[in-house]
Design a protein around this ligand. Sequence first.
Ligand code: FAD
Length: 494
Amino acid sequence: MKKIVIIGSGFGGLASAALLAKTGFKVAVYEKNSLPGGRAMYFQEGDYKFDMGPSWYMMPEVFEKYFSQFDRKPSDFYQLSRLNPTYRAFHSDGYHDISADYDKLSHLFDQLQPNSSRNLNKLIKLAELLYKQSMHRFIYKDFTSIWDFMDLKFGFEFITKRLFVSYDKLIKSNIHHPLLQKLLLWHTVFLGGTPKNVPALYVLMIYVDIILGTYYPRGGMFEVVKAFKKLGEEWGVEYNFNSEVDEISIQNGKAVGVVVDGQFHQADIILANADYHHVEKNLIPQDYRSYSDQYWSKRQMSPATYLLFLGLNCKLNKLLHHNYYFSDQWDKHFSCIIDKPSWPPDYSFYISCRSKSDPSVAPEGGENLMILIPVAPGLEDSEQIREKYRKQLIVKLEKLTGTNISDCIEVMKISTHRDQIAQHHAFQGNSFGLANTLWQTGSFRPGNQSNKVENLFFVGTNTIPGIGMPLSVISAQVISDKIKKIYGSEITGN
Ligand SMILES: Cc1cc2nc3c(=O)[nH]c(=O)nc-3n(C[C@H](O)[C@H](O)[C@H](O)COP(=O)(O)OP(=O)(O)OC[C@H]3O[C@@H](n4cnc5c(N)ncnc54)[C@H](O)[C@@H]3O)c2cc1C
């Protein structure tokens, strides 16, 4: 039986493992951490259970499609509910709840900017068209050359609808109220970019958010990780945790196995889910790298995140499950992420308070918070900086909620660049992967097959199609189909 070694157990690694095992390969996963999930890590202190990464479960159809190949449904493993309101948007003058009910949302738009719901409708229609076309034609496609982009109908729309202009420009030419603009622009962080460096093409994200909706898996995102792992187990995948791959052994241009703790493990095919840059730079000899140091130095990585986890023994009445604070210094904050990478003096931030819809994640009467500030990758990450932002966030949170939080803190943990590097070897400590900018989309992303080692493949957030949990699952689908196509006839050959 042909043996595949998968390096890393993020969503891309876990989703590929089950698919490839079902195809008939013998699959072994080596993961450096003690738990699966990669960036979707988890930690527990006392009765506080924290998801350390993704908190927005979007594009549910991707997960349904994935599980259906096994004649299973997500609900066989975890229970989803749609969040309504989707989130609370705080700003300097108060807050607005962003309803999952489209009529209510349209009403809010008209209230803040008369007749703006007409333009919202127009944007949603464009977003719907782009989303459906992308899902149908592009996202599940194995981009190997720029010609894969050449779809006449889409090319026509790309030009006539000016989808190459910035996302920022498209939204601002349709909506003028500053808060409404922010409600439609923050999605670019999910793409690892900023409103100005992500193309209008990705306006499809507002269809994903506003129409398709945001869901919550009961128990948290780690339940989804456990589901993928369990599915793999059912198909005989072998998982090895606390097993860091130190080297991919290559002989005559072919990968022959991996070295873990000084021990060699044979493989016929290697699929790397670990950070692409780390794999190329540290696990294979220089002659076999597809991309040079110069290539990586010119890539736009997604923002890193300053994360503050708090377990509180008091209730915060003013928060919902998802909350955003949109700063008046919106542009300056993004400029500190892209133009002049530096710690922002003022900033927007996101607060996840899962205990609002899931009592199992905090003790009774308590709250479970993750506060996230998007910041530039590659920044200095010192104890002084961590402390400075911790103090600022507590003050801001106390002001937003009107509660003396300092007195109720039972658990506190900070995670930023250094931790992302230590936990996942994330290049420059980035959080989401390689940004989905125009020139880092489709065939412009690092390929899912090595140019120099024919049986070395890549899956996950840094290759096609891009950033986020659903796209990492799609990445697994694309690469598993490719491996099956190349090696399918030899599966039982060894
Ligand atoms: C704070 C944060 C918030 C996010 N929010 C969202 C959200 O709300 N919604 C959403 O959809 N996405 C979100 N994302 C992005 C999402 O988590 C990622 O895009 C996705 O999980 C990446 O999956 P992946 O398959 O690329 O693998 P990764 O998660 O990158 O996992 C790779 C794995 O490889 C392992 N590894 C690395 N080197 C080695 C080695 N040498 N040997 C063995 N193992 C190794 C790592 O330990 C890791 O487990 C968020 C990410 C973060 C960090």
